[in-house]
Design a protein around this ligand. Structure first.
Ligand code: SF4
Length: 371
């Protein structure tokens, strides 16, 4: 029995329907102050042979599933199959088949550190062995993208790469320095512009709250300035939550960095959206760490709609805002539009106020446990 194909720890939530193909291990930078994902793990490249062998295995599993008489993605019994790999890999390919086998995500943190000819060879092999794949996406750092020429990026695009997910986090040089992101705002701009010009879809991630309460306005305004110059395909919101074990959490405990409250992050997102001009990006709030998930829309048409949603929270009385925060963070409600105050929420809020210094303190603990 083989061990299956190798998997890294994460993918963007928007790539849930993609099959995962690990082409490097861990993060070549691994110093961002807020990031717990690859800490204490050493970066390495996987060989082209290893990667091709995983592509072969995914293709083989898919073909075997197809060959089963009466195969139905909804009711297949894994024990009945004579696969020579653990069930979990069959299930992953099965799940992928239910979505039409159209997308593939290249793991781990920064695929652009790979040499371009190696990436082209992998992309070409994916297209050959998994012909249903229409969309190939990956994470990459702006620093690594900026080291590739425009021609290299265009070659990657023409070889099948569709989209790059970039953790911009902030457009403020001071905040990028605090976060130890290892990149400047100008490098974010150069990398983003070059990738967009090459025809790749670009997904830029913004972290409301990354600058702490002192730099909250700067985070919104400077990130909007950088985004305006890139005009990425997607802007994705990832609210900052310091995680125990990370340098940012230590900075918070040492009172060198003060977190932005839940309401403060909503004010920051509003200021950010207000300062976005001249772009055609799609903004998505597709992460559980964001308080208000329904802030989604396309610029410029939906800008006012998004501001109105944020205002519908900000204009609530203090008691209503606290109740929504409690309801959302304890899983009683998902969307602001569905929110009503119930006796249960009143009682949870009362308990949290009696046992924590503030609702924000209680919520911070709840959020740390989400992760
Ligand atoms: S580059 Fe990405 S994966 Fe690497 S440490 Fe920073 S946030 Fe984490």
């Amino acid at each position: 029995m083989t061990n299956g194909f190798e998997l890294g720890p994460i993918r963007p939530p928007s790539e849930a329907s993609s099959v995962l193909l690990r082409i490097t291990r861990n993060c070549p930078w691994n110093k961002c102050a807020f990031c717990p994902v690859y800490k204490k793990k050493k970066f390495s490249f996987r060989s082209i042979d290893e990667i091709k062998s995983d592509i072969d295995l995914i293709s083989d599993i898919s073909n075997k599933i197809d060959s089963i008489e009466g195969y139905d993605s909804g009711n297949i019994k894994f024990n009945d199959l004579r696969f020579t790999i653990p069930d979990e890999f069959v299930k992953k390919v099965m799940f992928w088949k239910t979505y039409g086998m159209k997308s593939l995500f290249l793991q781990d943190a920064d695929s652009m550190v790979m040499k371009t000819p190696a990436l082209v060879e992998i992309l070409t092999y994916i297209k050959e062995k998994l012909p249903t794949v229409e969309c190939i996406t990956t994470y990459a750092r702006s620093k690594s993208i900026s080291r590739k020429t425009y021609d290299e990026l265009a070659l990657l695009k023409n070889s099948g790469l569709t989209r790059i997910h970039i953790g911009m986090e902030s457009g403020s040089d001071e905040i990028l320095r605090i976060l130890k992101k290892g990149v400047t705002a100008q490098e974010h701009i150069d990398a983003g512009q070059k990738a967009v010009k090459s025809g790749l879809e670009v997904s830029e991630y913004f972290m409301p709250g990354a600058g702490g309460d002192k730099l909250s306005d700067e985070n919104a305004i400077e990130t909007a300035r950088v985004i305006n110059l890139i005009n990425p395909t997607y802007i994705r919101i990832r609210s900052t939550v310091p995680i125990p074990g990370t340098p940012l959490y230590e900075m918070m405990m040492n009172k060198e960095w003060f977190p932005v409250s839940e309401e403060g992050k909503i004010r920051e997102i509003k200021l950010f959206v207000e300062n976005l001009h001249g772009i055609t990006s799609l903004l998505q709030s597709d992460h559980i760490m964001n308080l208000i998930e329904e802030v989604n829309g396309e610029f410029p048409a939906d800008k006012e709609k998004m501001i109105n949603i944020l205002d519908s929270f900000l204009n609530m009385p203090v008691d209503g805002k606290e109740s929504f925060i409690v309801a959302r963070r304890t899983g009683r409600v998902r969307f602001l539009s569905d929110f009503i105050i119930t006796p249960e929420i009143i009682s949870i809020k009362k308990y949290l106020k009696e046992n924590y210094e503030s609702i924000d303190d209680a919520v911070s603990e709840i959020l740390r446990n989400y992760i």
